[in-house]
Design a protein around this ligand. Structure first.
Ligand SMILES: *[C@@H]1O[C@H](CO)[C@@H](O)[C@H](O)[C@H]1NC(C)=O
Ligand SMILES: *[C@@H]1O[C@H](CO)[C@@H](O)[C@H](O)[C@H]1NC(C)=O
Ligand SMILES: *[C@@H]1O[C@H](CO)[C@@H](O)[C@H](O)[C@H]1NC(C)=O
Ligand SMILES: *[C@@H]1O[C@H](CO)[C@@H](O)[C@H](O)[C@H]1NC(C)=O
Ligand SMILES: *[C@@H]1O[C@H](CO)[C@@H](O)[C@H](O)[C@H]1NC(C)=O
Ligand SMILES: *[C@@H]1O[C@H](CO)[C@@H](O)[C@H](O)[C@H]1NC(C)=O
Ligand SMILES: *[C@@H]1O[C@H](CO)[C@@H](O)[C@H](O)[C@H]1NC(C)=O
Ligand SMILES: *[C@@H]1O[C@H](CO)[C@@H](O)[C@H](O)[C@H]1NC(C)=O
Length: 506
């Protein structure tokens, strides 16, 4: 059968099935799934213990492509369709790029798909019984298009899931203008591992296997990247995890019942930089990057239209509070803020996400944020919140209650050394002990000051978004540095600084 169909390349196996791919052209590869892999055809042993426990019947939902001999291709999963679009890889190293790419060349490892795209095949209730992320990985990881009748949300808005950061980054790197195919020329190395998706079964299905996340990647790097890996001890390598660093930093010797895999504390990986949604603030190798929100402009005009909306919309509320209460969490100040918001009556807008569906629908959230001058951002399950970036994008001045919600996190994206420029800080303790009324604090800000702060937020919008990877609009791609651009620029600076002073950089 294989000979008949002329399949060329096994791109992924688990014990339950095989995926064969065949090249139709240099850019399009079609893959099919064959069930029941014979033992002898099991080349990639990665996480097989876990993959074995997954349902044998993988729905034929996801069709990823793998551009052979190249770094992995980007998928645009398309339900019920075997043809997929892929983002063609940027062709690097043309003569004109020689100068402009100096110091900026990135090599993306050609990891087996089991580390990335093959995980997407298990999007529907496979990696975790109650999670179906099939809709979220569509459109380069932006999720489903928002079908709004409201003109403001009619273009470039998606129901984005923040966990798709890994897919979003991969799509952008694929189009990065200084990608190189030469490890010798590379200034930095990207490991295209879908770290957070890979962690799902370890985190939620069988905790006794958490130490299994990582060793296979280490083995692959040791065997297949010896030269580039050893050159700078991994300091010039980076990967992306669309979760908090806490999910990957359980000390190796600690109780397995404690939360997290140990990926980021493996001795072999300690020097690589991990872009996460929330960093361990003391770890020099952790770098927090903005949570993906629902806005992914494809043109500068679209970005400008939104900015104009943010600047001119009339905001009838002094402040807004959104999010679920945490009744069982005694350290949380959400209940106090909720009460303060109710007490402030017409000055506070309360967005109750238990009453409306807002988890993958930016429209109600942004409609509320656009109506308020200030937005309260207490800690949630962890210190950071995606809502901080929603606030910035909506020009609603974030009111923070803990340093770790932003000031100790986003050093590459926000002016954290001058926090008063873009945010208000109220210590949690003051809310807890009842000595501070949010309304009183916010009332003291003049209209002039509020306008200044909003202009500052407007300058931060590009840094807080992930623009569309296929944008051909030179104004957008060259004039604005988005969250991805700033992450890569800063990583390259960090690497350069390490290379010039290897002993002083963490
Ligand atoms: C990668 O793919 C491009 C076409 O997309 C092709 O021109 C190039 O030669 C490929 N690189 C390798 C190393 O196969
Ligand atoms: C499948 O993809 C092709 C090419 O992109 C498109 O023309 C066709 O409408 C798609 N079919 C479905 C059912 O989406
Ligand atoms: C919006 O419409 C498109 C095309 O009809 C559909 O594929 C998509 O699922 C819709 N989005 C949502 C969030 O329902
Ligand atoms: C978890 O994995 C271990 C090791 O494979 C196995 O012994 C155990 O039965 C599994 N536990 C559950 C709840 O599946
Ligand atoms: C090294 O790469 C090759 C080709 O992708 C693969 O077959 C091999 O298993 C890799 N080594 C390890 C340890 O994964
Ligand atoms: C990590 O970096 C330190 C200091 O630069 C170096 O001594 C060590 O060998 C590196 N670790 C690995 C696994 O390469
Ligand atoms: C809300 O107002 C009531 C009555 O004015 C007052 O007793 C209560 O302490 C206030 N609660 C908060 C959280 O400000
Ligand atoms: C309440 O907390 C604030 C802020 O930390 C502090 O300044 C104030 O002294 C505290 N008041 C009481 C009564 O504990």
């Amino acid at each position: 059968m294989l000979a008949f169909l002329g399949f060329e390349h096994v791109v992924k196996t688990a014990r339950t099935h095989l995926v064969y791919c065949c090249c139709i052209s240099s850019l399009i590869v079609i893959c099919i799934t064959i069930w029941a892999c014979p033992e002898s055809l099991r080349p990639i042993a990665r996480s097989t213990a876990l993959l074995d426990e997954l349902p044998a019947e993988v729905p034929a939902l996801v069709h990823y492509t793998h551009n052979q001999g190249n770094t992995s291709a980007v998928i645009v999963p398309d339900q019920g369709n075997t043809s997929v679009q892929i983002v063609p890889e940027q062709q690097p190293d043309s003569a004109s790029d020689e100068l402009s790419c100096a110091g900026k060349r990135i090599y993306m490892y050609d990891l087996p798909p089991a580390f990335n795209f093959a995980l997407l095949e298990h999007c529907r209730y496979d990696l975790v019984k109650w999670i179906d992320f099939c809709p979220h990985m569509q459109n380069y990881g932006f999720g489903q298009v928002v079908n709004s009748t409201d003109a403001i949300f009619a273009e470039d808005w998606y129901g984005t899931d923040a966990y798709m950061l890994e897919v979003i980054f991969q799509a952008r790197l694929q189009k990065y203008k200084c990608l190189t195919h030469s490890r010798t020329d590379a200034d930095a190395f990207f490991i295209p591992f879908f770290t957070g998706l890979d962690a799902l079964p370890y985190l939620y299905t069988n905790k006794s296997l958490t130490e299994m996340q990582g060793p296979e990647l280490v083995r692959w790097l040791q065997e297949n990247a010896t030269d580039s890996w050893q050159r700078h001890g991994g300091h010039d390598h980076f990967l992306v995890a669309g979760r908090t660093a806490w999910d990957f930093s359980r000390p190796l010797e600690s109780n397995r019942e404690n939360w997290g895999t140990s990926l980021l504390v493996l001795p072999e990986l300690v020097n690589i930089t991990a872009f996460t949604l929330e960093s361990r603030t003391w770890a020099a190798t952790d770098q927090a990057v903005p949570y993906p929100t629902g806005f992914h402009p494809a043109t500068a005009a679209s970005l400008r239209r939104w900015t104009e909306q943010v600047r001119t919309v009339s905001r009838q509320y002094l402040f807004a509070f959104s999010g679920a209460l945490r009744p069982g969490m005694t350290t949380s100040i959400r209940n106090e803020l909720y009460n303060q918001c109710v007490n402030a009556t017409t000055r506070c807008s309360l967005l109750d996400c238990s009453k409306i569906k807002c988890s993958h629908n930016p429209e109600p959230i942004y409609s509320a944020l656009l109506r308020a001058e200030f937005c309260l951002q207490p800690r949630g399950d962890t210190a950071t919140r995606r809502s901080v970036f929603d606030s910035i994008i909506a020009g609603c001045i974030p009111v923070l209650f803990h340093e770790d919600t932003a000031y100790t996190q986003y050093s590459w994206h926000l002016p954290i050394t001058e926090p008063e420029k873009f945010s208000v800080f109220i210590p949690e303790e003051g809310i807890k002990n009842g000595s501070i009324l949010v309304e009183e604090v916010l009332k003291s800000y003049s209209q002039t000051r509020i306008r200044q702060m909003r202009e500052e937020l407007i300058t931060l919008i590009p840094a807080s978004i992930y623009r569309h990877p296929s944008s051909e609009d030179a104004e957008l791609t060259e004039k604005f540095r988005d969250a991805f651009d700033l992450s890569v620029d800063s990583m390259l600076k960090k690497v350069a600084s390490f290379k010039s002073h290897p002993s002083t950089t963490g």
